[in-house]
Design a binder for this molecule. Sequence first.
Ligand SMILES: Cc1cc2nc3c(=O)[nH]c(=O)nc-3n(C[C@H](O)[C@H](O)[C@H](O)COP(=O)(O)OP(=O)(O)OC[C@H]3O[C@@H](n4cnc5c(N)ncnc54)[C@H](O)[C@@H]3O)c2cc1C
Length: 498
Amino acid sequence: MKQYDVAIVGYGPAGATLAHLLGQCGLDVIVLERETAAYHLPRAVHFDAEVMRVFQWVGIADAMEPLTARHPGMRFVDRDGNLLLDWPRPPGIGPQGWRANYRFHQPDLEKLLRERLAEMKTVTVRTRADVFFVEDQGDRVELRFEDMSRGKVERIAAKYVVGCDGARSIVRRYIETGMEDYGFHERWLVIDVVLNKDKPELGDHSIQYCVPERPATYVRGPGLRRRWEITVRPDEDSAAIAKPERVWELLSPWLKPEEAVLERTAVYVFHSLVADHWRKGRLLLAGDACHQTPPFMGQGMCAGTRDVANLYWKLALVCQDKVRGADAERLLDTYESERKPNAREYITTAVRLGGLINTCGTEAALRAALPTASGSARMESIAPPIGPGLGVGEKAGRLFGQPRLADGRLMDDLLKHRFVVVAEQALAEGLSLPSGVGLVTTVTSPDAAEHLARLDTRAVVLRPDRHTLGCADTPEALAALVAHIPLNPVESQEPEMI
Ligand SMILES: Cc1cc2nc3c(=O)[nH]c(=O)nc-3n(C[C@H](O)[C@H](O)[C@H](O)COP(=O)(O)OP(=O)(O)OC[C@H]3O[C@@H](n4cnc5c(N)ncnc54)[C@H](O)[C@@H]3O)c2cc1C
């Protein structure tokens, strides 16, 4: 039986991104996907700078960017169009080295992820492969799947299996976990249209129509794509409301049938769930398989991308035997302890947002329940730290920015998949670093000073996922922090002095 380092079940955005990252670290990876092609209809329409930075590591960010649209922000309005709350997004390049938010068409992203993965020799992709049996045998996992093109059952083994197999995950069933439920289960009609020609009066902002009897969301997509998400009332039939005649009636405040083509209409039931357990032995979960959110924050796929960014380098270190035994168990356990609180924070905020769009329609209620700057009618983006795990000290687990080097290049383009020390020059002098650990100083990157100042620190050690392992203000504290660095998931002979 052929044995791989990691078998990934599911080739959606989470599975494809994880396959890229593990493959880049040199692991022998197989992806098993039931369907022949990527899901062709749009689902996610928004991702953020943290996610674009992961796409930078994958190598698709430059190709993806021209396919995106600008995202000036979201506005909450009442039935008369009066602004209740503004959630503006900063324009221009932000601390991650990318714009804060992007509008996109999910099939464009999945196409790019798949095309680029085909070039990677370390990753095997099997489509029409329906996984139906997963057994953790202690020292490896056996999987059985049906090759649906031939009706033949095949067996493979892997050191670890990651279920990126979506909301109805089979791997989750083998983990036998329950789900935390945050109480949001609603039917929404999702309507995607392609305009025949631009209609500027629709605007670039996302709009939340806080109209209690028919809450609705408008989202501008790239090019001529536009989306409306409209609540389905309890007494309405899902099939009847998705019929074109009814859809055009519902769209009539904004659009006439001669102005656009309906790309798809579908009723989704949005849930708010987080799996109790994300790992059992050699089985792990990522993406929708371990959490599902209402779409109001545009964070479902983003959370899955954060999962795999947190997991890939830990799995790489363990599969490469660089971390072993009890240390390996502890390292893999930090995946759930770090990721779950962060995913939960986005989901509970989305649930609050959904509840408010549904019920209130008053400025005071919105301001009381959402993360606004005190006294203002402006909502702020949240950036929750990851939970406790590998970090050292109180400033551990924060997402750090991406310094630009003096020659204009972005840090991650040079130091991908490595631990990196970013430090004031005075603290970096005489610092001894383990093999392959990168070093960026305020001399080699004047920009680094601003990133350090944002955390009010003089030095940081960054993990490959660019969260802080910890911060230090003295040479002694920095040397002590550096001693916590495990080996790098990619090989390198010398410290990289950048
Ligand atoms: C209307 C809507 C709007 C959304 N908007 C946003 C947004 O703006 N921003 C955002 O970040 N997210 C958004 N999302 C969420 C986002 O689309 C999902 O979170 C994301 O697609 C999940 O990716 P995934 O890889 O975890 O799972 P999926 O994309 O569901 O992929 C799972 C894959 O596993 C395969 N599979 C399942 N079982 C098996 C098996 N037994 N064997 C083999 N293969 C199997 C499936 O065929 C599928 O291809 C939205 C979702 C919806 C529905």
